[in-house]
Design a protein around this ligand. Structure first.
Ligand SMILES: Cc1ncc(COP(=O)(O)O)c(C=O)c1O
Length: 409
C-alpha cells in the first residue's frame, strides 16, 4: 500500500508541532559514558560532538546506581545464568527466581504485604486504575498528575472521573464530600513527586482526609500514589514521599525501578489480596513480558545498596548536592521552587530565554531540560535540573558558573 495520504497527514501533524516549537525534536544519542570518580560525576559523550564531555543534569538515575560496578556485575552474572530475555509472560513460564525475590524485597522495603513487578511504572498505573475501577467507582485525580494517570483514566470505565486543583487539599476534601452517596468505591490518585518541579503531595494530610471520609463509602476509599520520582530520592532512607511526610495509609504504592534504582521496570505494592487480584485480572501484567531476570537481579542489588548504611550515605549526599545547587541558584539571583527533591527548576518564565539558556548550557557541556508551553503552563517556562548522587561539589559549582555567565549573555 503506498499510504500516500495517510503519511501526508502524519507529516503535516509533525510539521505543526515543529512550527509551534513544541516538537520533541531529534534525540541526543549517548555514545559513551565515562564513569564517575571520587571528585567528579559521570560524563557522557554524544553522537556528533566528538570528544566533548557533558555533565548530565537531566537524568532520573538520582542515586547514580546504573553505573555501579557491583550492580552491573550482578546483572551480567544473572544474564549468564538465565539468558537475556524472559521468553514468556509470567503465568506461562516467564517467572524466574529473581522476580519473586525482588517482589519480596520490595514489599518488605516499603512495609507492605505484597508486591508485583511490571514492565514499567507507566503500565503499573494503567493496570491498577483500569482494573480496579468499576461502574460503581469514582476516580479523583490531581490536575497535574503524570501522563500515565491521565491515560489510565481514559482507559478506565468508572461511574465518574473528577479532577482537583493541583495539591489543593481543601478542594480534594470538598470533592470527596460531593462523592458521598454517589458511588461504592472512590479511587484517589496522586503522583508522590510531581516531576516537572519536584514538588510533592502532602501524603500525611491526604491519608488523614481519606480516613475521615472512608466510612461513607461502602467499598472504601482507595488511596493510590505513584511515587516513581520519590522512591530512592525522598526521605532519609529513600523510602520516598511517604517517608518524608511520615504518611501511613497509602493503600496502593506504584513506583519504578527505572529512576533512582537505576535499572528498568515498575512495581505495585499493596495488601496481598489486592496484588493477588491484580495478578489474575490486570492485562498489563498478564499479557506482556516481565522485566528480564537479569534486570530484576540488578534492581535487587540496587535495592540492597539503598537499604544499607552506604545507601543512607548516598541519599544524604544527594540531598546535600541538591541543597547546594538550590542555594547556588538563589545566590545568583535566580528563581527556583524550594523542595528537598533533586528536581530543581530554574524558573525563567520566558520561552526565548529558556531555549537560549538550554543551548548555552549545552555549548558549555551541561545537559538540562527546557520546559516550555504547553508542557508547562504559559508563564512557568523553566529549565529542569536533576541532581544526581554521583555529582560532586565541583560539578555543581561548574554548572552554577555556567549559569552565572548566562546572566551576561
Ligand atoms: C509519576 C510517574 N509515573 C511513571 C513514570 C514512568 O516510569 P516508567 O519509565 O517506569 O514507566 C514517570 C516517569 O517520568 C513518572 O514521573
Amino acid at each position: 500500500m503506498p499510504l500516500t495520504n495517510f503519511v501526508k497527514d502524519l507529516a503535516a501533524a509533525v510539521t505543526e508541532l515543529e512550527t509551534a516549537g513544541t516538537a520533541k525534536g531529534a534525540e541526543q544519542v549517548v555514545v559513551d559514558v565515562l564513569k564517575p570518580t571520587a571528585d567528579r560525576g559521570a560524563r557522557v559523550l554524544l553522537q556528533g560532538h566528538g570528544d566533548k564531555q557533558f555533565i548530565r543534569m537531566n537524568s532520573n538515575s538520582y542515586l547514580g546506581l546504573a553505573m555501579r560496578d557491583n550492580i552491573v556485575a550482578a546483572e551480567e552474572a544473572a544474564a549468564q545464568k538465565f539468558g537475556v530475555g524472559p521468553g514468556a509472560v509470567r503465568f506461562i513460564s516467564g517467572t524466574y527466581e529473581p522476580h519473586v525475590q525482588l517482589e519480596k524485597k520490595l514489599a518488605a522495603f516499603h512495609g507492605r504485604e505484597a508486591c508485583m513487578l511490571t514492565s514499567a511504572a507507566y503500565t503499573s498505573v494503567l493496570g491498577v486504575i483500569s482494573t480496579l475501577a468499576t461502574p460503581e467507582t469514582i476516580i479523583l485525580s490531581d490536575e497535574l498528575n503524570h501522563n500515565c494517570i491521565i491515560n489510565a483514566m481514559k482507559l478506565a470505565r468508572p461511574k465518574a472521573k473528577r479532577i482537583y486543583k493541583h495539591l489543593n487539599m481543601a478542594e480534594m476534601e470538598k470533592q470527596i464530600q460531593e462523592c458521598v452517596g454517589q458511588c461504592e468505591c472512590l479511587l484517589v490518585i496522586t503522583d508522590g513527586v510531581f516531576s516537572m518541579r519536584g514538588v510533592y503531595a502532602p501524603l500525611k494530610e491526604m491519608c488523614a482526609i481519606v480516613e475521615k471520609y472512608n466510612h461513607n463509602f461502602p467499598r472504601d476509599i482507595v488511596l493510590i500514589v505513584d511515587d516513581s520520582h520519590g522512591v530512592g530520592s525522598m526521605g532519609d532512607t529513600g523510602r520516598g514521599t511517604e517517608e518524608l511526610c511520615g504518611a501511613k495509609g497509602v493503600d496502593i504504592l506504584v513506583a519504578t525501578l527505572g529512576k533512582a534504582l537505576g535499572v528498568n521496570g515498575g512495581y505495585i505494592c499493596s495488601r496481598k489480596e489486592v496484588i493477588h487480584f491484580l495478578r489474575e485480572k490486570n492485562p498489563f501484567y498478564i499479557y506482556t513480558n516481565p522485566i528480564t531476570p537479569s534486570e530484576a537481579t540488578a534492581a535487587m542489588a540496587g535495592l540492597d545498596m539503598l537499604d544499607s548504611p552506604e545507601g543512607k550515605k548516598i541519599v544524604a549526599h544527594l540531598h546535600a548536592m541538591t541543597k547546594k545547587f538550590e542555594q547556588g541558584l538563589v545566590d545568583l539571583g535566580y528563581e527556583t521552587i524550594p523542595s528537598p527533591h533533586p528536581v530543581t527548576p530554574l524558573m525563567l518564565r520566558d520561552t526565548e530565554r529558556t531555549t537560549r539558556c538550554v543551548s548555552f548550557l549545552r555549548e558549555n557541556g551541561v545537559l538540562a531540560t527546557g520546559l516550555n508551553f504547553p508542557v508547562v503552563p504559559k508563564g512557568d517556562q523553566s529549565i529542569r535540573f536533576q541532581v544526581c548522587a554521583d555529582h560532586q561539589a565541583g560539578d555543581i559549582d561548574y554548572v552554577l558558573g555556567v549559569l552565572e555567565k548566562f546572566k551576561n549573555v
